[in-house]
Design a protein around this ligand. Structure first.
Ligand code: NAP
Length: 295
């Protein structure tokens, strides 16, 4: 499994991780087995949020990672309504308790909300100084919001921006990815399979994926994931003078079935050629900028 620097955290993280939204609906046994199989297969980045199952997913993860916390790159998110100066530490403590751990590797603001960003960041910084989080980041931030976070804290403090990214929703490539990559901020793409709406095998794009997959002895979904974590150097990056060390793109498919987990993990070592990338780019065009999409 390929690893890339996760922003400026100093940690190299596998490019394919594990999403966990709605996992409380999959049944405890299946969810635990899937998460553990994912870790065994190298998907050490586990993404969760206090919102997921109203805390029940964090509890499941706590159970799944018991005894192997040190191997995991654990990310959770605070809800915007809890992201006040006093609310963030409270929410973090509750997440840590449910996850049965004493620290998060990265803590994200789930999406921009009504509490002043300065307060949220001050609380993140306090948690970082206390060792309760190793780093913090944001989610569903457009360039304007990223500029505000960078002005408040310095871009180097923002470890990542987690945003919607799949073959049929490539809007982040217009500005968000170049902005983040130029400043060493990791881009974590969520819902890589369109949250359950993957291109069908008979669609034009589906046929292209199938052809590329066959040439690599891979599957269309593995090809899609490999495209989503392709080298950020393939993007046009303005202000490259800011670049310290280009962070990678990351993806966090959610899978509760063992076969899905195994398939997704193998995508982390699939290397596409420039011609493969060009064909996928043509089959799933980026389209015009219509604002930052959020799921
Ligand atoms: P997704 O990963 O795009 O799709 C999940 C669906 O794809 C599930 O139904 C899963 O089925 C299926 N699947 C997974 N691997 C498969 C495979 N190899 N073959 C066939 N089907 C497969 O959807 P998502 O859950 O929306 O997004 C992923 C993660 O991103 C979330 O879980 C969450 O952690 C994060 N996220 C973050 C935000 C945010 O605002 N920051 C928003 C949305 C999502 P099974 O489960 O049955 O295996």
């Amino acid at each position: 499994m390929r690893r890339e620097p996760f922003g400026q955290t100093g940690v190299a993280v596998p490019v394919v991780g594990q999403g966990t939204w709605n996992m409380e609906r999959d049944g405890r046994t299946a969810a635990l087995a899937a998460l553990r199989a994912g870790l065994d297969a190298g998907m050490m980045h586990i993404d969760t949020a206090e919102m997921y199952g109203s805390g029940r997913v964090e509890e499941l993860i706590g159970e799944a990672i018991a005894g192997r916390r040190d191997q995991v790159f654990l990310v959770s998110k605070v809800l915007p309504q809890n992201a006040s100066r006093a609310g963030v530490p409270r929410a973090c403590e509750a997440s840590l308790r449910r996850l049965r751990t004493d620290r998060l590797d990265c803590y994200l603001l789930h999406w921009p909300g009504r509490h002043p960003l300065a307060d949220t960041i001050a609380a993140f910084e306090q948690l970082r100084r206390e060792g309760k989080i190793h780093a913090w980041g944001v989610s569903n931030f457009g360039v304007e919001e990223l500029e505000r976070a960078a002005a408040l804290a310095g871009a180097e403090r923002v470890a990542c921006n987690q945003v919607l990214y799949h073959l049929e929703e490539r809007a982040i490539e217009h500005a968000v990815v170049p902005w983040c990559v130029a400043r060493g901020i990791a881009v974590v793409g969520y819902s890589p399979f369109g949250s359950g709406r993957f291109p069908g095998p008979r669609s034009r794009g589906g046929r292209v994926l199938a052809e590329i997959a066959a040439a690599h002895g891979a599957t269309p979904r593995q090809v899609a994931l490999a495209f989503l974590v392709r080298a950020p150097g393939l993007f046009t990056i303005p202000k490259a003078a800011f670049l310290v060390r280009a962070p990678g793109l990351f993806t966090i498919p959610k899978a509760a079935r063992a076969a899905h987990v195994a398939e997704n993990a193998r995508a982390g070592s699939l290397a596409l050629s420039a011609e493969d990338v060009r064909r996928i780019d043509a089959a799933f065009p980026r389209g015009p900028w219509r604002g930052l999409p959020i799921l």
